[in-house]
Ligand binder design. Structure first.
Ligand code: ZN
Ligand code: ZN
Length: 114
C-alpha cells in the first residue's frame, strides 16, 4: 500500500509515486513530472514502435539531461578530471581541503576588517 518517494535524477526534487512522474526511455532515470514533461518536449517521445516502449511506456522521453550529458554527474566528472590530471582523487581531495581552509581564513580576515 504506502506511498514511495523518489528523488528526481535531474533536479533532485522529491516526488511520490502517486503523482505524475516517469522514466527516461534511454537511461531509466526516475524523473519528476516537470522534468519528464520537459525532456519529452525537448528530446521527443519513444513512440509505440520503439523497442523500449513496453518497458518505460511509449510516452517516455528518448533522452534526458542526465544521459545526454547536460547534467553532469559530479562523482563521474571528478574521476574523469583526476584521470586527466594524472592524480588520484585522494590527492585532489587533499588539495581541495587545503584550498577551502585558505578561503575560510580569507573570510575571517575580511570580516575583521569590516
Ligand atoms: Zn525533476
Ligand atoms: Zn536519460
Amino acid at each position: 500500500m504506502g506511498v514511495d518517494y523518489y528523488n528526481c535524477e535531474i533536479c533532485d526534487e522529491i516526488f511520490n509515486d502517486h503523482g505524475h512522474y516517469g522514466n527516461c526511455g534511454n537511461c531509466e532515470s526516475m524523473l519528476c513530472g516537470d522534468c519528464y514533461d520537459s525532456m519529452r518536449a525537448k528530446n521527443g517521445e519513444l513512440g509505440e514502435d520503439h523497442e523500449k516502449a513496453s518497458w518505460y511506456g511509449e510516452y517516455s522521453p528518448n533522452y534526458c539531461d542526465k544521459c545526454d550529458g547536460t547534467v553532469i554527474d559530479k562523482t563521474a566528472f571528478f574521476e574523469f578530471l583526476a584521470d586527466k590530471l594524472g592524480q588520484t582523487t585522494e590527492e585532489l581531495e587533499a588539495e581541495y581541503r587545503a584550498h577551502m581552509q585558505r578561503k575560510e581564513g580569507a573570510h575571517a580576515r575580511t570580516n575583521r576588517a569590516n
